[in-house]
Design a protein around this ligand. Structure first.
Ligand SMILES: [Fe+2]
Ligand SMILES: [Fe+2]
Length: 318
């Protein structure tokens, strides 16, 4: 008797969050090629060399993290799904991580010379702090428990990205590089759903653990966060310290987002920092709910695919 291979049935959805997340993610689908980044070339030319360096290298770092999510992260999470629909959602996330990783290259090819692009990738593939966090997370993806993998993923999605996101949001708040920022806001909108969804799946598993096992995993989680935070301090210094005056503001932004990552995982915040402590210019940029479609160029991050209507019998009458 052959084994039974089961078809995914979207009419018998066990967890409505899977369906709602699928719908949200597919509705907010986008591609980097639809954003007119070349409109930012005048702004770019006006930036001083250290500012251009910061922009290029934070995007190098972000490329590495999105590459990790697309190559190892989602595959690793797919080994421990609760429902077949969860796998489908993770497939969507995995593809969008490839779009994210590619979109930085779209920005590079518009703003940077080939020699600059080579240098950015070389730096990215060798910077000590960047490599530390990528390898730390990747090691958990390959050797961690199912719940540890979800913690690593949420920390990456909701915390580690933000040392890089700070820069385009800061320029956006100053009305510069607005098309580049549009791409970043679309990425942030995706990451926000990814972090929430994977955090939710984490909580389902976490709530099934005994109190002792919960405590043990919590200790592991906070240790990991401290470790990543210390590394992020080094990374933030590498990028910002000698070229900008933003280092302290970036660290505040990181602590604020670390708390959000913990919140996604259903845990208590670790740091005292709240939204009020974050530079309001950056905060304004991040509030994707107040998307200002008209303020931007052709494609706002309020971009939507056309609503798909269910076929009715009338559609078949010609
Ligand atoms: Fe991403
Ligand atoms: Fe993501």
């Amino acid at each position: 008797m052959a084994e039974q291979y089961e078809a995914i049935n979207w009419n018998a959805v066990e967890d409505q969050i899977d369906k709602a997340t699928w719908e949200k993610l597919t509705e907010q689908f986008w591609l980097d090629t639809r954003i007119p980044v070349s409109n930012d070339q005048d702004d770019w030319r006006e930036l001083a060399a250290p500012e251009q360096w910061v922009v290029g290298h934070v995007f190098g770092g972000l490329t590495l993290l999105d590459t990790l999510q697309s190559q190892d992260g989602m595959v690793s999470l797919q080994q421990n799904i609760r429902t077949p629909q969860e796998r489908a959602v993770l497939n969507n996330i995995q593809f969008m991580e490839s779009v994210h990783a590619k979109s930085y290259s779209t920005i590079f090819s518009t703003l940077n010379t080939p020699a600059e692009i080579d240098e950015i990738f070389d730096w990215t593939n060798h910077n000590e702090h960047l490599q530390y966090k990528a390898n730390k997370i990747n090691d958990i993806y390959h050797n961690g428990s199912p719940l540890q993998k979800k913690i690593a993923s949420v920390f990456l999605e909701t915390f580690l990205f933000y040392s890089g996101f700070f820069t385009p949001l800061w320029y956006l708040g100053n009305n510069k590089l607005t098309n580049v920022a549009e791409i970043i806001k679309l990425i942030i909108r995706d990451e926000s759903v990814h972090g929430t969804y994977i955090g939710y799946k984490f909580q389902l598993g976490f709530n099934e653990l005994s109190e002792a096992d919960q405590q043990e995993l919590k200790d592991w989680m906070y240790d990991l966060l401290y470790d990543l935070y210390a590394n992020e301090e080094g990374y933030t210094n590498d990028i910002y310290a000698t070229r900008t005056e933003w280092t302290d503001q970036v660290m505040t932004f990181l602590r604020y987002n670390a708390n959000k990552a913990l919140m996604n995982l259903g845990q208590e915040p670790l740091f005292p920092d709240t939204a009020e402590d974050v530079n309001p210019i950056v905060m304004n940029g991040i509030s994707t709910s107040t998307s200002n479609h008209d303020f931007f160029s052709q494609v706002g991050n309020g971009y939507r695919l056309g609503q798909v209507e269910a076929m009715s019998d009338d559609d078949y009458k010609f």
